[in-house]
Design a protein around this ligand. Sequence first.
Ligand code: PLP
Length: 396
Amino acid sequence: MSFQNPVFIPGPTNIPEALRRACDFPTIDHRSSVFAEMLTPARHGVQRVLRSTTAEIFIFPSTGTGGWETAISNTLSPGDTVLAARNGMFSHRWIDMCERHGLEMIIVDVPWGEGIPADRFAEILAKDTSHKIKAVLATHNETATGVVSDIAAVRGAMDACDHPALLMVDGVSSIGSMDFRMDDWGVDIAVTGSQKGFMLPPGLAIIGISPKARAAGQTAKLHRTFFDLDDMAKGYAAGAYPYTPPVGLLNGLAQSCDMLLSEGLDNVFARHARIAEGVRAAVQAWGLDLCAARPELYSNSVSAIKTPEGFNATDIVTHAADTYGVAFGTGLGDVAGKVFRIGHLGSLTDVMALSGIATAEMCMADLGLDIQLGSGVAAAQNVYRATTATAMKDAA
Ligand SMILES: *Cc1c(COP(=O)(O)O)cnc(C)c1O
């Protein structure tokens, strides 16, 4: 592995130098006002990145997975019914966590490569007239398959029958890189981590909680200690944590939010869309297909690329690491060996993306796939040249 090359895994993502420096912070007294001055902008910044004015922001020393646990353990009770779709490894893992917590799951299985079926949700929710379903889980961007789902449509399915369940959204690989609207979509709990769109090292679970979800905590009986929102809220009221906070990461988070907000969220999303478009043009030029079934499901943060029948897609990932010092993502679960993934979220430029596309081409050619060297690079170059020219015309 080379430390010079960018990584093309869908998280952890490349870390901008300014954020690496921000995380390298001397020891301070985490009960002093210096810490409070760092925590407040981090929480405000996250609220703005979530496009919310009412969500309360909680940040735990953990990862996205800890964010899932925070969401369910603070709002639900053993035996509560939860509705979720399973369309990839991450939605599967959240469901598995719910089962291990003694929740009753209604699972809608769809083929991996499909999105959340909002119409099926609508039918199930409409039949639940006694409101047994207490929460609806939605994985906004299924990182295993490169599929983005329509969260507004899930909210629409709930509103169509005035269903009072909480809408909990895993935005781990979308928040900070793809359009995410906590308030507009009526999201009750949004979950992410530090190491994807926020471009930081792993180590933080970042959670937005609506007032309704917070109120649900009063009757929620699942056990919680480390992830207890009440304990954390008491800490925040005093500008502190109920335990020792990861000071460097929180300083990094405050600066990451500044970075995203000063670029402008719409510009950040447009940059991800452009870079993704170039990667998709390359995939098409290679004559390969995406795992995502249709264009409206294409993720702008990760592409899962199907390789021909009989070829082990993981060989590309191993070969890239061993031969060229470049990291791509392997296929997970049901699509292991069938897809390899190019992560294109976080701190990435056209030039970096082109290097990843070129490396993937070399690997596929080395391994005997029928790939014309330069074909994907040229297709992406055309996308980037065309859209850069437009952007410059707009600016002029
Ligand atoms: C990365 C990821 C997770 C898991 O996050 P960790 O930080 O590894 O715990 C959950 N959901 C999605 C969609 C992800 O991409």
